[in-house]
Design a protein around this ligand. Structure first.
Ligand SMILES: C[S@@+](CC[C@H](N)C(=O)[O-])C[C@H]1O[C@@H](n2cnc3c(N)ncnc32)[C@H](O)[C@@H]1O
Length: 246
């Protein structure tokens, strides 16, 4: 079961642990380097300011494997679930419906995305079960933001390919996973069995949107697991990949 800490209410409007909410709101943040945390937050806000309104409908055909990852989360009764890089909240709503007695928490570096997530969750009638907070997945103080220090299930869905220091984010997610819990990652894969040209076109197209498939996800998970069970599968001829620890 998850460890708990004294609760502190968190909303998308609350200051982010590590001060990233200020960076999101600050006009000066836009001038920061894209690979600095503040520059990255500003870049995500720019990317999603308008597209968040059509995000779910346009991404449905090509963010493959998300529902499979959710189906395999196997959340224990009364468990806690954290999504890092939760975007519009689409997955949180799906997890909440599939596992009706869990409590859910979502973090995103983009205040714009969190605005849509809040609306999506409210419209789904799940406000009482899903809590959101702004934050950076590479360094997130969950105990301060949510009053929960570690979670039974932690997952990334098409987020590690957009996080510059994704290896740090993986380590942080592992730190946030309760003992005996599970960390899951679904994202673009190496496209190894799609053919050379489709692969080059796909990865070139993704690069235009700051998306880098993490082709060494499997060895990174294995290194992090330090003996715990790791499962990694290529989905759809390597278009996507799904990896878990625990
Ligand atoms: C491609 S979207 C995926 C959204 C959602 N997980 C899904 O499956 O639909 C990637 C999300 O990761 C967020 N993100 C990127 N870098 C982040 C970071 N360092 N910390 C937290 N969220 C981040 C973006 O703002 C965006 O909402």
């Amino acid at each position: 079961m998850a460890e708990t800490a004294p609760p502190r209410p968190a909303t998308p409007d609350a200051p982010a642990p590590g001060g990233h909410a200020a960076a999101i709101a600050s006009p000066g943040g836009h001038a920061a380097a894209i690979d600095s945390p503040t520059g990255h937050a500003a870049a995500m806000d720019r990317m999603y300011r308008y597209t968040r309104h059509i995000y779910d409908i346009t991404r449905k055909p090509y963010l493959l494997g998300r529902d499979r990852m959710i189906a395999e989360l196997d959340v224990p009764p009364g468990g806690t679930v954290l999504e890092l890089g939760c975007g519009t909240g689409r997955n949180l709503v799906a997890v909440a419906r599939r596992y009706p007695d869990c409590r859910l928490f979502g973090v995103d570096i983009s205040a714009e995305m969190l605005r849509t997530a809040r609306a999506t969750i409210d419209a789904a009638g799940l406000t009482h079960r899903i809590t959101l907070a702004p934050g950076d997945a590479t360094e997130f103080d969950a105990a301060s933001a949510f009053g929960v220090a570690r979670f039974d299930r932690v997952y990334f869905s098409y987020a590690v390919s957009m996080i510059p220091d994704w290896v740090a984010a993986l380590a942080e997610a592992d730190r946030l996973t309760a003992p005996g819990g599970r960390l899951a990652v679904v994202d673009f894969g190496d496209a190894a069995h799609l053919g050379a040209l489709p692969r080059r076109l796909l990865h070139g197209w993704l690069a235009l949107f700051h998306v880098t498939p993490r082709v060494d996800l499997a060895p990174r998970l294995t290194a992090l697991a330090a003996g715990r069970p790791v499962r990694h599968r290529a989905l759809h001829r390597g278009y996507a990949q799904l990896g878990t620890i625990g």
